[in-house]
Ligand binder design. Structure first.
Ligand code: GDP
Ligand code: K
Ligand code: MG
Length: 301
């Protein structure tokens, strides 16, 4: 393989919340960077994942999901997603195995029609581990009728099935180009950001209903000790209501302890060091409707 056959480019990954975008990207990169949970809207910002092998460097943008915004945070998320599409060389649209094209999918397909013929569009049908072959064939032909996809690939991101075929397909569509990032770099986000995402993910997993969407994390301290392979990390978890604070802390602090312990263990694996993690719970009333707070929590350019 010669130098000038090397390919590179940007791939935007879009789709309705919960179809498995983050799971797919984590499967490709092999490390947990983007928060995954069964709650929609886990991903709030475009996160760059970088895959490098001997043939190509593929830079993925995990977009927060396209849907009608309900508040300031939602507006930020929609803009981020559209910018992700415009900056990319290939679009990947992920759906799950629903048998009908629902309203959310229809509105995304309408947006994608604007890009037909301008950028290659690959459709991934994810979660095929949950259906039969004949059902899959029906879903494929349903989407093929839309006549906007350059390729349709069934995958199971969770079982890492079909992911290699997807990568080979991407390489076909990418043009020759340079290595933009060092080959061992897997994300443009720093460790501080990733630790915040880990804490938020644990909150999303253990809390239910309305609390999770109002969670924001701010890392107040992130410091490696000079004499020890150990980090001291202080984090604030913000919730939107006093009642949510109670739920997050739990009976005798049990919920917060559980979230803190799991987040610490995962941060230790990420940083390959001991972690002393202190978490405080704070209330910022309706922060998702307040521009300055949405910005302060990092949802800003
Ligand atoms: P995102 O909102 O699109 O980023 O979706 P996530 O990656 O957070 O995944 C949402 C949920 O779907 C999680 O509970 C995942 O474990 C689950 N999931 C993702 N991929 C698959 C898959 O291939 N098969 C199955 N059965 N579940 C999956
Ligand atoms: K999710
Ligand atoms: Mg996600």
């Amino acid at each position: 393989m010669t130098e000038n056959n090397f390919k590179s480019g940007y791939v935007s990954v879009i789709g309705r919340p919960n179809v498995g975008k983050s799971t797919l990207l984590n499967a490709i990169i092999g490390e947990k960077i983007s928060a995954i949970s069964s709650k929609p809207q886990t991903t709030r910002q475009n996160i760059t994942f970088i895959h490098t092998d001997e043939d190509a460097q593929i830079i993925f943008l995990d977009t927060p999901g396209i849907q009608k915004p309900k508040n300031k945070l939602g507006e930020f998320m929609l803009t981020e997603s559209k910018e992700g599409i415009e900056d990319s060389d290939v679009i990947t649209y992920i759906v799950d195995t629903s048998k009908k094209i629902g309203r959310a999918e229809r509105s995304i397909i309408d947006i994608l029609k604007e890009y037909k013929g301008k950028l290659p569009i690959i459709l991934l049908i994810n979660k095929v581990d949950t259906i039969r072959k004949d059902e899959l064939l029906e879903i494929i032909s349903m989407y093929a009728e839309e006549e906007i996809f350059d390729d349709i690939i069934p995958i199971s991101a969770m079982k890492n099935d079909g992911v290699d075929i997807y990568l080979e397909t991407l390489k076909k569509f990418l043009k020759p180009g340079p290595m933009y990032y060092p080959e061992d770099m897997i994300t443009d986000k720093n460790e501080r950001f990733i630790v915040a995402e880990i804490i938020r993910e644990k909150g999303l997993i253990y809390l239910n209903e309305e609390v999770p969407h109002g969670l924001a994390i701010s890392i107040e301290k992130f410091k490696k000790r000079e004499d020890k392979n150990m980090y001291d990390i202080d984090a604030n978890i913000y919730v939107e209501r006093d009642t949510h604070k109670g739920i997050l802390i739990g009976k005798n602090g049990s919920m917060l302890k559980r979230i803190g312990t799991e987040a610490r263990e995962e941060a230790e694996r990420l940083l390959d060091a001991k972690v002393n993690l202190q978490i405080w719970v704070k209330v910022e009333k309706n922060w998702r409707d307040r521009d300055n707070l949405v910005k302060r929590f990092g949802y800003d350019k």
